[in-house]
Design a protein around this ligand. Structure first.
Ligand SMILES: C[S@@+](CC[C@H](N)C(=O)[O-])C[C@H]1O[C@@H](n2cnc3c(N)ncnc32)[C@H](O)[C@@H]1O
Length: 249
Protein backbone atom coordinates (compact mmCIF):
# COMPACT_ATOMS: atom_id res chain seq x y z
CA UNK A 1 0.00 0.00 0.00
CA UNK A 2 1.49 3.37 -0.96
CA UNK A 3 1.43 6.44 1.26
CA UNK A 4 -0.70 9.14 -0.34
CA UNK A 5 -0.59 12.79 0.74
CA UNK A 6 0.22 11.88 4.34
CA UNK A 7 -3.47 11.33 5.05
CA UNK A 8 -4.46 8.69 7.57
CA UNK A 9 -5.12 5.50 5.67
CA UNK A 10 -8.10 3.22 5.76
CA UNK A 11 -7.31 -0.16 4.27
CA UNK A 12 -10.32 -1.81 2.74
CA UNK A 13 -8.88 -5.29 2.83
CA UNK A 14 -7.75 -4.90 6.47
CA UNK A 15 -11.18 -3.66 7.56
CA UNK A 16 -13.16 -6.27 5.66
CA UNK A 17 -10.80 -9.25 5.36
CA UNK A 18 -13.43 -11.87 4.49
CA UNK A 19 -16.01 -9.58 3.03
CA UNK A 20 -17.52 -10.29 -0.34
CA UNK A 21 -20.11 -7.52 0.15
CA UNK A 22 -17.67 -4.60 0.24
CA UNK A 23 -15.54 -5.22 -2.78
CA UNK A 24 -13.92 -2.02 -4.00
CA UNK A 25 -14.79 -1.11 -7.56
CA UNK A 26 -12.37 -2.43 -10.14
CA UNK A 27 -9.16 -0.43 -10.03
CA UNK A 28 -9.87 1.14 -6.63
CA UNK A 29 -7.51 -0.68 -4.32
CA UNK A 30 -8.37 1.14 -1.11
CA UNK A 31 -10.04 4.11 0.48
CA UNK A 32 -8.32 7.01 2.21
CA UNK A 33 -9.93 9.15 4.86
CA UNK A 34 -8.72 12.72 5.19
CA UNK A 35 -10.04 15.49 7.38
CA UNK A 36 -12.51 16.67 4.75
CA UNK A 37 -13.69 13.81 2.60
CA UNK A 38 -13.83 10.12 2.16
CA UNK A 39 -12.03 9.82 -1.11
CA UNK A 40 -11.63 6.84 -3.37
CA UNK A 41 -8.05 6.73 -4.54
CA UNK A 42 -6.81 4.76 -7.43
CA UNK A 43 -3.43 3.22 -6.81
CA UNK A 44 -0.87 5.78 -8.05
CA UNK A 45 1.09 5.14 -11.20
CA UNK A 46 4.39 3.58 -10.38
CA UNK A 47 7.63 4.76 -11.98
CA UNK A 48 7.75 1.97 -14.55
CA UNK A 49 4.24 2.88 -15.68
CA UNK A 50 5.25 6.55 -15.88
CA UNK A 51 8.26 5.67 -18.03
CA UNK A 52 6.21 3.40 -20.25
CA UNK A 53 3.45 5.98 -20.83
CA UNK A 54 5.81 8.92 -21.44
CA UNK A 55 8.11 6.85 -23.69
CA UNK A 56 5.08 6.32 -25.91
CA UNK A 57 4.17 10.03 -25.77
CA UNK A 58 7.69 11.29 -26.45
CA UNK A 59 7.54 11.54 -30.24
CA UNK A 60 4.13 13.28 -30.34
CA UNK A 61 4.30 15.17 -27.03
CA UNK A 62 5.33 18.53 -28.48
CA UNK A 63 2.67 18.36 -31.16
CA UNK A 64 -0.09 17.59 -28.64
CA UNK A 65 0.97 19.60 -25.57
CA UNK A 66 3.75 21.95 -26.68
CA UNK A 67 1.68 24.92 -27.82
CA UNK A 68 -0.64 24.55 -24.80
CA UNK A 69 1.99 24.28 -22.07
CA UNK A 70 4.88 26.42 -23.31
CA UNK A 71 3.23 29.91 -23.07
CA UNK A 72 2.19 29.12 -19.49
CA UNK A 73 5.66 27.90 -18.54
CA UNK A 74 7.15 31.07 -20.06
CA UNK A 75 4.79 33.22 -17.93
CA UNK A 76 5.81 31.32 -14.80
CA UNK A 77 9.53 31.57 -15.49
CA UNK A 78 9.18 35.32 -16.07
CA UNK A 79 7.63 35.70 -12.59
CA UNK A 80 10.20 33.51 -10.80
CA UNK A 81 12.83 36.15 -10.01
CA UNK A 82 15.54 34.14 -11.82
CA UNK A 83 18.52 36.46 -12.10
CA UNK A 84 21.70 36.39 -14.15
CA UNK A 85 24.09 33.69 -12.94
CA UNK A 86 21.39 31.81 -10.98
CA UNK A 87 21.23 28.02 -11.06
CA UNK A 88 17.83 26.45 -11.79
CA UNK A 89 16.73 22.84 -11.43
CA UNK A 90 13.78 21.77 -13.56
CA UNK A 91 12.26 18.50 -12.42
CA UNK A 92 10.43 16.45 -15.06
CA UNK A 93 11.77 18.61 -17.88
CA UNK A 94 10.25 16.18 -20.41
CA UNK A 95 10.93 17.06 -24.03
CA UNK A 96 12.32 20.43 -22.93
CA UNK A 97 9.53 22.73 -24.15
CA UNK A 98 10.55 25.17 -21.38
CA UNK A 99 14.23 25.32 -22.24
CA UNK A 100 14.19 28.25 -24.64
CA UNK A 101 12.31 30.35 -22.03
CA UNK A 102 15.31 30.55 -19.69
CA UNK A 103 17.82 33.32 -20.08
CA UNK A 104 21.18 32.04 -21.38
CA UNK A 105 22.67 34.01 -18.49
CA UNK A 106 21.47 31.40 -15.98
CA UNK A 107 22.47 27.74 -15.59
CA UNK A 108 19.66 25.23 -16.04
CA UNK A 109 19.73 21.58 -15.04
CA UNK A 110 16.82 19.52 -16.35
CA UNK A 111 16.09 16.04 -15.07
CA UNK A 112 13.54 13.45 -16.10
CA UNK A 113 12.72 9.84 -15.38
CA UNK A 114 11.89 8.96 -18.99
CA UNK A 115 14.90 8.56 -21.29
CA UNK A 116 12.87 9.00 -24.48
CA UNK A 117 11.47 12.35 -23.28
CA UNK A 118 15.01 13.45 -22.47
CA UNK A 119 16.19 12.46 -25.95
CA UNK A 120 13.77 15.03 -27.36
CA UNK A 121 15.07 17.61 -24.86
CA UNK A 122 18.65 16.85 -25.94
CA UNK A 123 17.70 17.47 -29.55
CA UNK A 124 16.33 20.91 -28.57
CA UNK A 125 19.49 21.68 -26.64
CA UNK A 126 21.52 20.92 -29.79
CA UNK A 127 19.14 22.66 -32.17
CA UNK A 128 18.97 25.90 -30.17
CA UNK A 129 22.58 25.71 -28.96
CA UNK A 130 21.55 25.86 -25.30
CA UNK A 131 25.00 25.59 -23.75
CA UNK A 132 23.67 26.81 -20.41
CA UNK A 133 21.44 23.70 -20.14
CA UNK A 134 22.45 20.30 -18.77
CA UNK A 135 20.17 17.25 -18.86
CA UNK A 136 20.21 14.15 -16.69
CA UNK A 137 18.13 11.00 -16.35
CA UNK A 138 17.16 11.13 -12.69
CA UNK A 139 14.24 10.58 -10.34
CA UNK A 140 12.81 13.85 -9.00
CA UNK A 141 11.82 12.07 -5.81
CA UNK A 142 15.43 11.04 -5.12
CA UNK A 143 17.81 13.56 -6.62
CA UNK A 144 21.53 13.00 -6.37
CA UNK A 145 22.33 16.72 -5.95
CA UNK A 146 23.52 18.04 -2.63
CA UNK A 147 21.51 20.38 -0.41
CA UNK A 148 21.28 24.03 -1.57
CA UNK A 149 22.79 23.32 -5.00
CA UNK A 150 20.30 25.55 -6.86
CA UNK A 151 18.79 29.01 -6.50
CA UNK A 152 15.40 28.07 -7.98
CA UNK A 153 13.34 24.98 -8.76
CA UNK A 154 10.70 24.43 -11.43
CA UNK A 155 8.21 21.60 -11.99
CA UNK A 156 5.80 22.05 -14.88
CA UNK A 157 2.92 19.60 -15.20
CA UNK A 158 4.76 16.97 -13.17
CA UNK A 159 3.19 17.05 -9.71
CA UNK A 160 0.17 15.02 -10.87
CA UNK A 161 2.43 12.49 -12.61
CA UNK A 162 4.89 11.48 -9.88
CA UNK A 163 3.82 8.69 -7.52
CA UNK A 164 4.65 10.76 -4.43
CA UNK A 165 4.23 14.51 -5.02
CA UNK A 166 5.19 15.47 -1.43
CA UNK A 167 8.49 13.66 -1.76
CA UNK A 168 9.21 15.48 -5.01
CA UNK A 169 8.42 18.89 -3.49
CA UNK A 170 10.52 18.11 -0.42
CA UNK A 171 13.42 17.17 -2.73
CA UNK A 172 12.94 20.42 -4.67
CA UNK A 173 13.15 22.31 -1.36
CA UNK A 174 16.21 20.38 -0.24
CA UNK A 175 18.31 20.98 -3.37
CA UNK A 176 17.27 24.65 -3.54
CA UNK A 177 18.56 27.42 -1.31
CA UNK A 178 16.35 28.94 1.35
CA UNK A 179 14.56 32.01 -0.03
CA UNK A 180 14.83 30.82 -3.65
CA UNK A 181 11.71 30.46 -5.77
CA UNK A 182 9.81 27.25 -6.41
CA UNK A 183 7.64 27.39 -9.51
CA UNK A 184 4.93 24.77 -9.98
CA UNK A 185 2.49 24.64 -12.86
CA UNK A 186 -0.40 22.25 -12.85
CA UNK A 187 -4.08 21.65 -12.92
CA UNK A 188 -5.41 21.51 -9.36
CA UNK A 189 -8.82 20.14 -8.54
CA UNK A 190 -11.56 22.68 -8.09
CA UNK A 191 -12.80 24.17 -4.79
CA UNK A 192 -16.30 23.59 -6.07
CA UNK A 193 -17.56 20.42 -4.34
CA UNK A 194 -19.41 19.07 -7.36
CA UNK A 195 -16.60 19.70 -9.88
CA UNK A 196 -13.98 18.31 -7.52
CA UNK A 197 -16.04 15.11 -7.00
CA UNK A 198 -16.22 14.69 -10.78
CA UNK A 199 -12.44 15.26 -11.02
CA UNK A 200 -11.83 12.62 -8.36
CA UNK A 201 -14.07 10.14 -10.13
CA UNK A 202 -12.22 10.74 -13.41
CA UNK A 203 -8.76 10.55 -11.84
CA UNK A 204 -8.36 6.78 -12.44
CA UNK A 205 -9.13 7.34 -16.11
CA UNK A 206 -6.65 10.24 -16.29
CA UNK A 207 -4.01 7.97 -14.74
CA UNK A 208 -4.32 5.70 -17.74
CA UNK A 209 -3.38 8.73 -19.85
CA UNK A 210 -0.42 9.64 -17.62
CA UNK A 211 -1.62 12.05 -14.91
CA UNK A 212 -4.08 12.42 -12.03
CA UNK A 213 -6.86 14.95 -11.61
CA UNK A 214 -7.45 14.68 -7.85
CA UNK A 215 -4.66 16.85 -6.42
CA UNK A 216 -5.70 20.08 -4.73
CA UNK A 217 -3.70 23.22 -4.03
CA UNK A 218 -4.06 22.30 -0.38
CA UNK A 219 -1.45 19.58 -0.99
CA UNK A 220 1.19 22.23 -1.70
CA UNK A 221 0.30 24.71 1.02
CA UNK A 222 -0.50 22.31 3.87
CA UNK A 223 1.04 18.94 3.19
CA UNK A 224 4.19 20.23 1.45
CA UNK A 225 4.34 23.34 3.65
CA UNK A 226 5.15 25.60 0.70
CA UNK A 227 5.07 29.33 1.25
CA UNK A 228 3.01 30.31 -1.80
CA UNK A 229 3.48 33.95 -2.84
CA UNK A 230 1.50 34.02 -6.05
CA UNK A 231 -1.19 31.95 -7.77
CA UNK A 232 -2.28 33.03 -11.22
CA UNK A 233 -3.57 31.72 -14.53
CA UNK A 234 -3.07 32.63 -18.16
CA UNK A 235 -6.72 33.66 -18.16
CA UNK A 236 -9.60 33.34 -15.72
CA UNK A 237 -11.00 30.10 -17.14
CA UNK A 238 -7.66 28.45 -17.74
CA UNK A 239 -7.57 24.95 -16.20
CA UNK A 240 -3.88 25.29 -15.27
CA UNK A 241 -2.54 27.32 -12.35
CA UNK A 242 0.88 28.90 -12.06
CA UNK A 243 2.18 28.79 -8.48
CA UNK A 244 5.17 30.79 -7.33
CA UNK A 245 6.43 29.92 -3.85
CA UNK A 246 9.40 30.88 -1.72
CA UNK A 247 11.56 28.09 -0.38
CA UNK A 248 10.83 28.30 3.33
CA UNK A 249 12.79 25.26 4.46
C1 LIG B 1 3.33 15.85 -18.41
S1 LIG B 1 5.05 15.66 -18.62
C2 LIG B 1 5.63 17.33 -18.40
C3 LIG B 1 6.92 17.57 -19.10
C4 LIG B 1 7.40 19.03 -19.10
N1 LIG B 1 7.61 19.51 -17.77
C5 LIG B 1 6.42 19.90 -19.83
O1 LIG B 1 5.91 20.85 -19.24
O2 LIG B 1 6.15 19.64 -21.00
C6 LIG B 1 5.54 14.87 -17.12
C7 LIG B 1 7.01 14.50 -17.13
O3 LIG B 1 7.39 14.16 -15.79
C8 LIG B 1 8.31 13.09 -15.87
N2 LIG B 1 8.36 12.42 -14.57
C9 LIG B 1 7.40 11.70 -13.98
N3 LIG B 1 7.81 11.24 -12.79
C10 LIG B 1 9.06 11.71 -12.61
C11 LIG B 1 10.01 11.58 -11.57
N4 LIG B 1 9.76 10.86 -10.46
N5 LIG B 1 11.21 12.19 -11.71
C12 LIG B 1 11.48 12.90 -12.83
N6 LIG B 1 10.61 13.06 -13.85
C13 LIG B 1 9.42 12.46 -13.75
C14 LIG B 1 7.78 12.24 -16.99
O4 LIG B 1 8.76 11.35 -17.48
C15 LIG B 1 7.36 13.31 -18.00
O5 LIG B 1 8.43 13.62 -18.84
Amino acid sequence: MRERHGYPRFSFSAAFPQSSLFVPPSGFSEFSLDSYHLICYFEAMNKEEVKSIYSKYSSVYDMVFGHVFSPRIKMGIERSRIAEGDRVIEVGVGTGISLTSYSPQCKVVGIDLTRKMLEQARQKKELHKLDHVELFEMDGENMTFGDDTFDHAVAAFVITVVPNPEKMVSEMKRVTKKGGSILILNHFCSNNGFISSVEKVFSPLCEKWGWRSDISLDLLSNHCNLHITEVFKKNRLDPWSIIVATNNK
